[in-house]
Design a protein. Structure first.
Length: 166
């Protein structure tokens, strides 16, 4: 059933060092984007910063931040990534993927109406498990963020059990 999905280049069941785990997660996400339609770009460096990649969704350019920490992501990492976006073209947007999710306090402190959307590991699992194209998940997240101002809406709130609209 999942033969068409990208296979990780490392065994995620074996404990990995933080950087190795992060790079493997970035590579996995890039392959997911490539298969789902948004053309992904490799990680790149600008003076003083690392960007984990970028992709096109529709006509919009998104910068990618991917984290796989042992704890949910808090407000500090969200502000750092949003600061990177603020230094880019006004039309640049961002996707922050945190494998272990986001703290409720961090999302509340980060606020609403930002130029980024958030995705967690559960969103990726739900999309793969329910065979919902990643592009569809991202498009729904973008639309709901535009409608509500909230950067993170869980995928399970955007789709019914069969992958249809909610």
């Amino acid at each position: 059933m999942y033969a068409h999905l990208p296979q990780p280049s490392v065994n995620f069941t074996v404990p990995l060092q933080a950087h190795e785990r992060g790079y493997a997660f970035e590579a996995f996400l890039r392959r997911c984007f490539d298969m789902a339609g948004p053309t992904a770009r490799e990680p790149f460096r600008n003076t003083g910063e690392q960007i984990d990649g970028s992709f096109l969704l529709g006509e919009e350019t998104y910068l990618l931040e991917a984290k796989w920490h042992s704890q949910p992501t808090g407000v500090a990492d969200l502000h750092v990534f949003h600061g990177k976006l603020d230094q880019k073209a006004a039309w640049a947007r961002g996707l922050f993927v945190s494998y272990n999710g986001f703290t409720t306090e961090g999302l509340a402190a980060f606020g609403s109406g930002k130029r980024l959307i958030c995705m967690d590991g559960r969103d990726i699992y739900d999309a793969l498990d329910r065979q919902i194209p990643l592009k569809a998940v991202l498009e729904r997240k973008v639309r709901r963020a535009a409608e509500t101002g909230r950067p993170f809406i869980p995928a399970r709130e955007l789709f019914d059990q069969h992958g249809g609209s909610r």
